[in-house]
Design a protein around this ligand. Structure first.
Ligand code: SAM
Length: 278
C-alpha cells in the first residue's frame, strides 16, 4: 500500500494552460480532494476530466473537520488540498490542515505551480533577492497605515495582495506612509486577457489608476520597492581615526579599537570601513 499523503496542489491563477501535468496526475490519483469552494473547483476538475470526489475545506471551520481529514489520512487514504486559485496557504486556506497532518506524522508533499505574488515579482523589475510578502492589508485607512508604518525602513521589496475596490485608497495610504516618490509596480490580471504590469512612483500609479476605471477591476498584486539603504554618517574625527588605523591594521581590528575609544558601534564602523576602503 502506498504511504498515505497529503498533497498541497497549486492550480492556475487565470490561465488553465498553467495547470502542471503532475497536478492533474495527483488529483486523479488521490482518494479525495479538499477544496476551498467545491463548486468553483468542480469546473477546473471537469476541464481536466478528473472524477475524484470533493470535500469542502476552510481553515475557519471547526477543528473537528480538520481532524476528520487527518483521520482519513491516518486510515490510509491520500488527500489533495487545493484552493480557488494558485498555491494553497498563500492567503488561502490550508495552514491548519498541513500543521495537523505534519504533527500526526503524515507525509505532506507540495505540488508547485502558479502563485500570483511570485509571478508578479518575477516580471516587476523590482529587486527580488530579498522580499517580504505582506498578504492583504486591513480594509480601513487607520489600520492600514498602522500596518504600513513599521515597513517604512524595510529595505526588502514589499508585496501586497489587494482587492480592486480598495486599490485607490491603498495606493493613497502607501504614498502617505512611504512617500509619493517610492517606486512601485501593480501587476493586474496576471495570465489573463487584460494582464497589465505597470510601474512608476506611487503618485504616478495613483494617477494611472484614477484615470482608467479598468485599472480598478480584476485581481491585482501591488509591489513597493524597499527603502534606500541608510548611509552611515560618522563624525569627521571618527572617520579620520578609522582611516589612520585601517592603513596599519585589519578592518576588524580598526573597528574594534575605534569602537572602544569612541563608543560608536563596531558594526557601524565595520560597514563604514567596507564602504570606504581604498
Ligand atoms: N493562493 C493564491 C496565490 O497563490 O497567489 C492567492 C489567493 S488570494 C485569496 C487572491 C489574491 O491573489 C487576489 O486578490 C490578488 O491580489 C492575487 N491574485 C490572484 N490571482 C491573480 C492574478 N491572476 N493576477 C493578479 N493578482 C492575482
Amino acid at each position: 500500500m502506498k504511504e498515505p499523503t497529503l498533497y498541497v496542489v497549486a492550480t492556475p491563477i487565470g490561465n488553465l494552460a498553467d495547470m502542471v501535468p503532475r497536478a492533474v496526475e495527483v488529483l486523479q490519483g488521490v482518494d479525495v480532494i479538499a477544496a476551498e469552494d467545491t463548486r468553483h473547483s468542480s469546473r477546473l476538475l471537469s476541464h481536466f476530466a478528473i472524477e475524484t470526489s470533493l470535500v469542502a475545506y476552510h481553515d475557519h471551520t471547526d477543528l473537528r473537520q480538520v481532524m476528520a481529514l487527518v483521520q482519513r489520512l491516518q486510515s490510509g487514504e491520500s488527500i489533495a488540498l487545493i484552493s480557488d486559485a494558485g498555491t494553497p496557504l498563500v492567503s488561502d486556506p490550508g495552514y491548519r490542515l498541513v500543521r495537523e497532518a505534519r504533527q500526526a506524522n503524515i507525509r505532506v508533499v507540495p505540488v508547485p505551480g502558479a502563485c500570483a505574488m511570485i509571478a508578479a515579482l518575477s516580471a516587476s523589475g523590482l529587486p527580488s533577492d530579498r522580499f517580504s510578502f505582506e498578504g492583504f492589508l486591513p480594509p480601513k485607512t487607520g489600520q492600514r497605515c498602522n500596518r504600513l508604518q513599521p515597513l517604512i525602513n524595510d529595505e526588502r521589496t514589499l508585496i501586497f495582495y489587494e482587492a480592486p475596490h480598495r486599490i485607490e485608497a491603498s495606493l493613497a495610504d502607501m504614498a502617505s506612509v512611504f512617500g509619493d516618490d517610492r517606486e512601485a509596480v501593480i501587476a493586474r490580471e496576471i495570465t489573463k486577457t487584460f494582464e497589465t504590469i505597470k510601474g512608476g512612483n506611487l503618485s504616478e500609479l495613483q494617477a494611472f489608476v484614477a484615470a482608467d476605471p479598468n485599472q480598478r477591476k480584476g485581481e491585482m498584486v501591488v509591489m513597493v520597492r524597499g527603502a534606500e539603504k541608510a548611509e552611515q554618517q560618522l563624525d569627521a574625527s571618527v572617520e579620520r581615526m578609522m582611516n589612520i588605523l585601517m592603513k596599519e591594521l585589519s578592518l576588524k581590528q580598526s573597528s574594534n579599537l575605534v569602537a572602544e575609544i569612541t563608543g560608536v558601534k563596531k558594526k557601524v564602523l565595520y560597514q563604514w570601513g567596507l564602504d570606504n576602503k581604498e
